[in-house]
Design a protein around this ligand. Structure first.
Ligand code: PGA
Length: 223
């Protein structure tokens, strides 16, 4: 099974999310190859819009096995009087996966390893699979993480994807146990094959190339 995660970040309003989903649905409907990979558990697609657009996409998204929604963040608090927070308990009604500890959150919103661990365990406690992003071997891997996404900061949004050999060298230094291993950082239809061909890589976390349905579909085609 390969997991392709689309991280929309703070992009797309309702109209844009609707348009993306319609184009995505019709591309999947006319693509027997992708349908076959989904039905035979070779591919899981995890689409992660901003919070308000999760429900917009959910209502429209084609109902096929292994096409699911995720969130980009979750509260480290269980719920209650925490204005502005979104609890795992409220998210679990719509999503099965959540990205936690993205380097953009660590850098811009002061998330520490401790925050990330608390968020991951809140998610797991509500049966949401945490996809924990790490920048390298020095970031803590929470026990609750189901997926570890290695995303070297310099590779994110830069066009400078990290070559497979370097990614695998970092993976060797991690204590992953049973956790699945994803790579993220400037993955696009031109460079995706090297990662997909490696049995060491369980999937990819994709930002920029997930925003356009056609390039996202090209990634799924490459699986
Ligand atoms: P990118 O983003 O694919 O645009 O580099 C990846 C990420 O930040 O998750």
């Amino acid at each position: 099974m390969k997991y392709i995660v689309g991280n929309w970040k703070a992009n797309k309003n309702n109209a844009e999310a609707t348009e993306w989903t319609k184009q995505f649905n019709s591309a999947i409907l006319s693509n027997k190859g992708i349908q076959e990979k989904l039905n035979s558990n070779k591919l899981t697609v995890i689409i992660c819009p901003s919070f308000p657009q999760i429900e917009v996409v959910n209502k429209l998204l084609i109902k096929l096995p292994n096409i699911v929604l995720g969130a980009q963040d979750v509260s480290m608090k269980e719920g209650g009087s925490f204005t502005g927070e979104v609890s795992a308990a409220s998210l679990k009604e719509v999503i099965r996966f959540v990205i936690v500890g993205h380097s953009e959150r660590r850098a811009n919103f002061n998330e520490t390893n401790e925050t990330v661990e608390n968020k991951a365990s809140q998610a797991k406690g509500q049966t949401i699979e945490p996809i924990v992003c790490i920048r390298g071997k020095d970031d803590t891997i929470p026990t609750a993480a189901s997926f570890v996404a290695y995303e070297p900061v310099g590779a994110i949004g830069s066009g400078n994807n990290e070559p497979l050999e370097k990614v695998l060298a970092v993976k060797k230094e991690l204590a992953l146990g049973e956790k699945k291993f994803l790579y993220g950082g400037s993955v696009n239809p031109q460079n995706v094959t090297q990662y997909l061909q490696s049995s060491e890589i369980d999937g990819l976390l994709v930002g920029g190339a997930s925003l356009d349905p056609a390039s996202f579909i090209s990634l799924l085609d490459a699986v």
